[in-house]
Design a protein around this ligand. Sequence first.
Ligand SMILES: Cc1cc2nc3c(=O)[nH]c(=O)nc-3n(C[C@H](O)[C@H](O)[C@H](O)COP(=O)(O)OP(=O)(O)OC[C@H]3O[C@@H](n4cnc5c(N)ncnc54)[C@H](O)[C@@H]3O)c2cc1C
Length: 375
Amino acid sequence: MGNHTESIGIAGAGLLGRLLAWQLLLRGHRVSLFDAGTREGIDSAAWTAAGMVAPLSEAVVSERPIYDMGLFALTQWPLWINQLESERTLWHQQGSLVVSHPQDEAELAQFHRELQYIIGSADGYQWLDRPALQNLEPDLSDRFQRGLLLETEGFLNNRELLNQLLATIERLGGECHFECPVDVEPNTLYNAERRYRFDRVIDCRGVGAKPQQPAVRGVRGEVLHVRTRELALHRPVRLMHPRYQLYIVPKPDHRFVIGATQIESEDRSPMSLQSSLELSSALYTLSPAFAEARIVEQSVNLRPTYLDNNPHIQTSDGLIRVNGLFRHGYLLAPAVVKQVLADVEGAEGTPFAPFLQRPLPEMSSAPEHPFRHSP
Ligand SMILES: Cc1cc2nc3c(=O)[nH]c(=O)nc-3n(C[C@H](O)[C@H](O)[C@H](O)COP(=O)(O)OP(=O)(O)OC[C@H]3O[C@@H](n4cnc5c(N)ncnc54)[C@H](O)[C@@H]3O)c2cc1C
């Protein structure tokens, strides 16, 4: 970086806001972070998310650059996690499994064909037969005849990550304002009480940016958390099904996150009975040992999304807007954050700049690849 350091105001302390605040502080900038919600971040999509970093799984429902940025994430997250020096394990990378019940085998075969078509090689995934599946995940139902192991995929202990990021930001001298909603204009964050001036501001408010940026929409997602000591999983498992796809991600303290619905609605009200039934009955078919699991949380949030379902960075004098990470926040954050840092410092852009800095799609143009799955 050059010698020039700036005062930077960041609106939104979800995933992007925390990562950017941390990285900017490390580079010597003075950072103030504002969030409408609490320190824990429970209002952010980042808190509700399952925290998977799954470029292959997502490749079949997105444009190619999402996959490329996802591959970058698989190398960047371990480096960042090392820098955070957390006592708890924040990053796991033992691949993920994709399975289907025998009657839904066509869904799994189609997923495999799409993966081959998009990635163009068999790098990073392999078929496992029943004994190999049982060997890898002994607690999975033995009804699964085969499965795909996506070898390189990882997942984060995302809630602990948010916590660690905030602790690190404060240790580095970042100024944090919680329960302090702000609006954004070049060089300024403001609310009814005060105006705060900076050399530059960065808008990371996710769906909260919508009143000022109507192109952002929220896409509702619901997840269930259960706890049980009856079984263990070592990696995320996706279940292919004709009507819905479900994933289950192991978390600390014998907890599992099961998700997620994807509904075109900005309703943040509690989980519907239908979603709860679908998620929990699919979970039960992964292993009957889940029958006695305790439901400890039902969580609902909105994924911040533009019309083309892709992320966009808009840079102008005194203001950077970064938004639209949709269902891929953890997958895309490393590439997006690196590009914003390059913009702040006037450095050469990343290879992802042409994709990330495209103009926002007009309301009249349809998305190139509408999504089909609903994990
Ligand atoms: C159910 C679900 C599951 C998901 N699973 C995954 C997954 O497995 N892998 C993956 O890669 N992605 C996943 N995602 C997507 C991921 O969570 C998002 O893409 C990511 O959190 C977006 O980051 P962000 O920082 O833009 O927004 P957020 O994380 O939503 O943060 C925005 C922050 O802005 C704050 N804010 C809002 N308005 C204001 C205001 N006026 N002033 C100040 N602050 C404000 C909010 O309180 C919030 O803290 C999932 C999302 C959901 C909902």
